[in-house]
Write a protein that binds this ligand. Sequence first.
Ligand SMILES: NC(=O)c1ccc[n+]([C@@H]2O[C@H](COP(=O)([O-])OP(=O)(O)OC[C@H]3O[C@@H](n4cnc5c(N)ncnc54)[C@H](OP(=O)(O)O)[C@@H]3O)[C@@H](O)[C@H]2O)c1
Length: 512
Amino acid sequence: MADPSRHPFLQGLSKYRGAPATVIVIFGASGDLTARKLLPAIYNLSHDNLLPPDFYLIGFGRKPVLEEEFRGHAEAAIKEFSRREINPAAWSRVARNTFYLTGGYDERGAFDRLHVLIQKLEAQAGRALQSLFYISTPPTVFQPIIENLGASGLAQRHFGSPQQSKAVIEKPFGRDLASARELNRVIAGVLQEAQVFRIDHYLGKETVQDLLVQRFANAIFEPLWNRNYVDCVQITVAEDGGVGSRAGYYEQSGCLRDMIQNHTMQLLALTAMEPPVSLEAEAIRDEKVKLLRAIQPLALGPGGDVARGQYASGLVGGQPAPGYREEDGVNAESTTETYASLRLAINNWRWAGVPFYLRSGKRLARRVSEIAIQFKCPPGTLFAQDGQFDLAANTLAFQIQPDEGSTVLLNAKIPGLETRTQPVKMHFRYATTFGSNTPEAYERLVLDAMISDGTLFIRGDETEASWRLITPVLEHWQAQQKEGLDSYAAGSWGPKAADDLLVSHGHEWRKP
Ligand SMILES: NC(=O)c1ccc[n+]([C@@H]2O[C@H](COP(=O)([O-])OP(=O)(O)OC[C@H]3O[C@@H](n4cnc5c(N)ncnc54)[C@H](OP(=O)(O)O)[C@@H]3O)[C@@H](O)[C@H]2O)c1
């Protein structure tokens, strides 16, 4: 149904055609994320005519950079990282309205200069501009940036109108429950929740959004989506790469903070939440928070619900790979986990008794992210052979990356005179069905923030619900130091302790 609050000329058009005139300010504009993701995303939105006619971009950073230099840097980044070749007309629409401002993130005067520049652009456009402040710096400066947005009045611009200011905040959102709460407190002192867009770029991936469609647009799944039919759920976010050049960050973070607390918990929430009453942002976020709150606290210590590991040297794709402690910038005695897995119990009507297994790690056998719903086996008496029951569990797996799509594993008869069964797979592949030119996650997320749609962003209470579960594990591992930190060979599927989490419940990890 058409949204009656939209301008009459926009009725019937995609909601994405109605973004208000906007200025995006990127804090940390000389950084890696800006070059690899944000600038290509903005360019591709321009290419698809999805930016409003009055669109401005301001890079902000400490290093003195000339405007011309920043435009050159942006063009080079787009040439290198965009999913499409640069089209001069689409780029020049952005380039001619691109500016750079040098200043410190804790320097109040720099924010006043930014305010003056935005006012100048408004005068040039002849209309009010929405300001979208994209905070793409290391988290150490999230707080001064937010406080200065408040102190300079930038956060309050056009408050209450469609042009009101917004802030997009990159991950990681806090290091534990206390720091996430503190950051939420600082934000709440400056911005209303509706002005805040906490990023988890996994939510911008097509396949993650497709999860909602597959779950709620297909009648065949819903009756099975509960403890009566589901045996267990396995969520894997596996990387084959090592720590690379990010050792400084990773040594302070580890896998639980870097991957499990955000991406895997988000995948879990979308998989297990109750059907929302609508696809409105708040309806979906309410259900995610309810689900996260229903997870039982984790049992720590021997025989508990958690396992961790650190990669040792090994072979990845046939090539020798060093162990984590031999990597550049890593402490030779490091106890940082590069692998983490959890066994979760969700204490609600739908999922009581169904284990949810989460795992993530670096230098694993394959780069793959997937959600696998493993169903209970049918009684196998009809197909038992020599007293052996040999049916595979039906499994529905959503591949988030790479090779996006979904697979159903069924049992089929092997052709021949005997009745023998074999598991077979039915595949749906995005690239085959729809072509491979799908938008990148950041395109969708930047555009959603511009039109104030928070569905694919994380609400403050969600971040805290997730940290509430994870923080005791972090503290336990911190206290344990080396004890219980297993090593695993690079190129394997992780430490034995992670296998034991499942074996004790009669399951085993899939090899996706
Ligand atoms: N890179 C990725 O692929 C990726 C993926 C997901 C999330 N993120 C998140 O996105 C944010 C930005 O990531 P990034 O990789 O672009 O970071 P980055 O390259 O390390 O930093 C971005 C910019 O912030 C400024 N900066 C760096 N260190 C600083 C410090 N200690 N104090 C103040 N300013 C500093 C620098 O700009 P100036 O010197 O010009 O001020 C730098 O160019 C981070 O929160 C990160 O966790 C990144």
